[in-house]
Design a protein around this ligand. Structure first.
Ligand SMILES: NC(=O)c1ccc[n+]([C@@H]2O[C@H](COP(=O)([O-])OP(=O)(O)OC[C@H]3O[C@@H](n4cnc5c(N)ncnc54)[C@H](OP(=O)(O)O)[C@@H]3O)[C@@H](O)[C@H]2O)c1
Length: 169
């Protein structure tokens, strides 16, 4: 998304597997980070240094945040549509779930993109360097063995872990 120092970004679902790393990447780039989480996860994202933490069940992020440079959406649906409102003109909305809605893009004068995970050596090497340099901390919520993969998927779905669930091979 071309995020740069001091730009304001809203990251939805900041306590999850993707969100918890997105917060740290954005902070590493010097951005000002707001995030939406479940109330039980507030302390966890505070430790990741998010500036503003919004309880998505009791607060409306669109009433609290305005003129944002970027939104990172891993929730989709209404959260995705409402996110257009917090962007300033020329801002960008990246979603892991929703394809760009050209009507909303035009209405708010912003860009929107769908992102699909694309893993390659260069990106993984860069990420590994950032982990080695302690720029990113990976919170492993729980580890399962390969033959427990089914339980791991249920755990991810039902328990909503903080950070990542790992399967050891
Ligand atoms: N496009 C791609 O390439 C790609 C790649 C990987 C994953 N994905 C998708 O991205 C999504 C997120 O993946 P993940 O691994 O980060 O999931 P995750 O670890 O389950 O994290 C999701 C987080 O979002 C929170 N949440 C739920 N509803 C919310 C709302 N309305 N507002 C704000 N936060 C909310 C959850 O909190 P609660 O505990 O309160 O529910 C949870 O902490 C999944 O749907 C996944 O399928 C897409």
């Amino acid at each position: 998304m071309g995020l740069s120092k001091d730009q304001k970004i809203l990251i939805h679902g900041g306590a999850g597997g993707i969100g918890s790393i997105a917060i740290q990447l954005a902070k590493h780039m010097g951005a000002d980070v707001s995030t939406t989480v479940n109330v039980n996860d507030k302390q966890f994202v505070q430790e990741l240094s998010a500036e503003r933490i919004i309880d998505y069940k009791s607060q409306k992020f669109e009433d609290l945040l305005h003129d944002y440079d970027a939104v990172y959406d891993i929730i989709g649906g209404d959260t995705h549509k409402t996110s257009f409102k917090v962007l300033k003109k020329g801002g960008i909305l990246i979603s892991m779930l929703e394809h760009p809605n050209s009507e909303l893009m035009q209405q708010y004068g912003v860009k929107a993109t769908f992102q699909f995970t694309q893993v390659n050596n260069e990106r993984l090497t860069k990420l590994a360097q950032w982990v080695d340099q302690n720029n990113i901390r990976i919170n492993v919520d729980r580890t399962f063995s390969l033959d427990e993969t089914g339980y791991a998927l249920d755990y991810q779905k039902d328990v909503h872990p903080r950070g990542k669930v790992v399967i050891t091979v």
